[in-house]
Ligand binder design. Structure first.
Ligand code: HEC
Ligand SMILES: [Cu+2]
Length: 319
């Protein structure tokens, strides 16, 4: 009898405990928002999701993580009012950076909330980024903060959309080196910075060149200016030959210079590059050429270069 009662009590306690444990984070979150909002008239919570490649302003519930279809948030703030952004991560370490608003990079770690306050001065669209490479969808972790003066919305997207580039299915087995390179160019996210046609032009705040370089000029940068010279080098790449180590002859004047430049451009892709600052006292440009050595094999880098060389061939045939 005594035992039975104790058992019931134990069950009752367990059930209440479980309910409290479930409810606690929800209540705690509501309180945290209230506390944080004390000095700010506008509050947004953004959660970083590595798998979806987005900062979302939606709350993530269990099970949503893979299926939620999260899109990058577009928070709206008013000019002249204190704004508070609360930053969370649903998975790994991210960094939040919006150089034009003077925010960050802020470390955003799972289990912690990072808070930033700022007062927007000018209406407009201000891009934000993740600056810690956090997985394949990393390069989609961009969006804009919209700053309004009054009710009128600011029109425009402010940033080219990255889409879900990492889901692009690979080419069929036996695809050409160029096809392989094309797939890598899109599925690894190169296009999110260098443009969907390799045309460059993606804005990069406080960068010496203002926008990311076009890869249509890469052929010329490795001293391949004639279509037949480009074709000759493509011929090597199609056979899986590393151009910079090729000892034979090609009908290309000063081929040794081409080989040198090829070595340099491969080194840049492997090790990454620093996007120089236009104003040395200004913020770091948000988009930097990443180091790919841990993500791409040498052979994959050669395929990418084969694809990149074909971009300048297309340019020529177009006019
Ligand atoms: C986050 C943005 C970003 C991504 C993603 C990116 N790049 Fe870059 N890339 C840059 C920037 C910025 C530069 C210029 C660096 C500099 O100024 O030296 C650059 C430079 C280059 C150059 C040299 C261009 C030239 O002719 O001078 C090549 C080639 C290149 N990237 C290839 C790639 C490839 C291939 C990928 C994908 C595997 C890739 N990039 C992904 C930002 C990016
Ligand atoms: Cu990230």
């Amino acid at each position: 009898m005594q035992n039975r009662r104790l058992e019931t009590l134990a069950i009752a306690l367990t059930v209440t405990g479980a309910a409290a444990a479930l409810l606690w984070p929800v209540l705690e979150e509501a309180r945290a928002v209230e506390r944080a909002a004390a000095g700010a008239s506008q509050v947004v919570t953004l959660t970083a999701l590595s798998a979806a490649g987005a900062w979302t302003d939606r709350e993530i519930r269990a099970g949503d993580y893979w299926t939620g279809g999260f899109e990058p948030a577009r928070p709206v703030f008013q000019v002249g009012e204190v704004a508070l952004v609360r930053l969370k991560s649903a998975d790994v370490h991210h960094s939040f950076y919006s150089p034009e608003l003077g925010i960050g990079p802020v470390d955003v770690k799972p289990g912690h909330v990072a808070e930033v306050t700022f007062t927007p001065r000018e209406p407009g669209l201000y891009p934000y980024y993740c600056t810690t490479v956090c997985g394949d969808p990393h390069f989609a972790m961009r969006g804009v903060i919209e700053v309004r003066d009054g009710d009128a919305p600011v029109v425009g997207s402010g940033l080219p959309s990255a889409g879900r580039y990492w889901l692009l299915p690979p080419p069929a087995a036996g695809a050409s080196v160029v096809e392989q390179g094309r797939w890598l160019f899109y599925s690894k996210g190169c296009a999110t910075c260098h443009g969907w046609e390799g045309q460059g032009g993606v804005p990069n705040f406080n960068y010496t060149d203002d926008t990311i370089p076009a890869l249509r000029k890469t052929a010329a940068n490795v001293f391949l200016r004639q279509p037949e010279h480009i074709e000759a080098v493509l011929g090597l790449l199609r056979q899986g030959v590393a151009v910079e180590n090729f000892e034979g002859e090609l009908p290309i004047p000063r081929f040794f210079m081409v080989k040198n430049q090829f070595r340099n451009v491969k080194k840049l892709i492997r090790e990454g590059g620093v996007a120089g600052k236009k104003d040395v006292h200004g913020p770091e440009p948000p988009l930097q050429m990443p180091a790919w050595s841990h993500h791409l094999s040498d052979q994959e880098i050669d395929s990418l270069l084969a694809f990149i060389l074909t971009l300048s061939l297309e340019d020529r045939s177009a006019g």
